[in-house]
Design a protein around this ligand. Structure first.
Ligand code: ADP
Ligand code: MG
Length: 355
């Protein structure tokens, strides 16, 4: 008898990425020759069934990018292909892409149901009716099927527009700030419904938003835009955990940006020597998330609480340490009063930034 442990074969799980649906390569659009480009050298892909958000501040080129993909603008340079077919110069109606306009674009003389059925004209009547009612149910508007657009709130109109676009199950849906007319509670509820609807329909989507929380909550991947360019693209977790630049680190969530001297995998900071998420060398800035910092009351500590904001589920503290003020997010209790001396510690690695 031997104690030989049988060799266990560890299965290698290869997660196959779904095939690319949309490929955008080197897209540039300049509205005026003497001004900066609205969209500059933008490249990204959307996989089958994937939901990609374009996230960035107002004027960064999100809508223009979306309109280029939809065919409502012509790029100066670059190429757009859908399932391998070059669609760069096709008119919108030949692209097979659904678009939810920011201003709804509903037909005022048609009822809600008729609006949703509009794209289903080629379907047998009963089937179209059933499908349209299903879509209205999904956007919580089943009871308002016989109203006309002017009898609805802005948010309700937006959901009719969404139902109308999704009814035809286009391979790709473009949504420009689709939740901007909903109140905060409705927005949270609706965005998960919309995600579920898209997934159920098997439609890919590009969603434009300036709301980072929305992008984080909803997207499979996020493209962060600034000044007409994509600055970073990745899953919400990647973007949040490993922002590449100060802009991304500050635009998505909150960050303490600290000077540091890096040597390979670690860096010297006001919090001592910290592990880096990626190697760096020399003088760099590092991003430390407020929830990565813990604080303990300690008379010998190096920090002093200079402000706090109770938020119920957590508490923000502003702590003066090492000649600067850092933001810390801690549990709501125990409350540490302003003026208390505290010891600060950073858990997890921090991110060196470029630019
Ligand atoms: P976002 O949707 O991110 O707020 P836009 O794509 O709408 O940004 O705009 C990007 C830039 O392009 C802005 O400077 C805007 O003023 C300009 N722009 C957008 N559309 C037009 C247009 N039709 N004509 C001229 N300039 C435009
Ligand atoms: Mg816009």
């Amino acid at each position: 008898m031997t104690d030989r442990v049988p060799a266990v074969e560890i299965p290698i799980l290869v997660r196959r990425r779904p095939p690319v649906l949309l490929a955008v390569e080197g897209l540039t659009k300049r509205f005026f020759s003497d001004e900066a480009a609205a969209v500059e050298d933008v490249s990204f892909t959307v996989a089958e069934g994937e939901l990609v958000s374009l996230l960035g501040p107002s004027g960064c080129g999100k809508t223009t990018t979306l309109r280029l993909v939809g065919g409502f603008e012509t790029p100066d340079t670059g190429r757009i292909s859908l399932r391998g077919r070059d669609i760069t110069h096709l008119p919108p109606e030949k692209r097979g892409i659904g678009f939810v306009f920011q201003d709804y674009a509903l037909f005022p003389q048609l009822t809600v149901l008729e609006n949703v059925k509009f794209g289903l004209r080629n379907m047998p009547r009963a089937e179209a009716d059933k499908r349209a009612r299903e879509m209205l149910g999904l956007v919580n508007l089943a009871d308002l099927a016989s109203r006309r657009p002017h009898e609805l709130s802005g948010g309700q109109q937006q959901r009719v527009a969404l139902a109308r676009t999704l009814a035809v199950a286009p391979p790709l849906v473009l949504l420009d700030e689709p939740f901007s007319n909903l109140d905060a509670a409705m927005r949270v509820e609706t965005r998960q419904e919309v995600r579920a609807m898209l997934k159920q329909a098997g439609s890919s989507a590009i969603l434009v938003t300036h709301d980072q929380e929305e992008a984080l909550a909803l997207s499979d991947r996020i493209a962060v835009m600034e000044g007409g360019r994509i600055r970073q693209i990745g899953t919400p977790a990647q973007i949040y955990r490993e922002p590449v630049s100060e802009f991304v680190a500050s635009f998505i969530g909150r960050s303490n940006i600290l000077p540091a001297q890096a040597t390979g995998g670690s860096a010297e900071t006001i919090f001592g020597n910290l592990a880096l998420a990626r190697e760096a060398a020399g003088d760099v800035a590092v991003a430390v998330r407020p929830e990565q910092i813990t604080l303990q009351p300690d008379p010998a500590g190096s920090g002093t609480v200079v402000g706090r904001e109770f938020r119920g589920h957590d508490q923000l503290y502003w702590v003066r340490a090492g000649g600067r003020t850092v933001l810390v997010i801690a549990g709501p209790f125990p409350i540490i009063e302003t003026g208390t001396r505290v010891r600060l510690e950073v858990c997890d690695c921090v991110v060196p930034l470029s630019g």
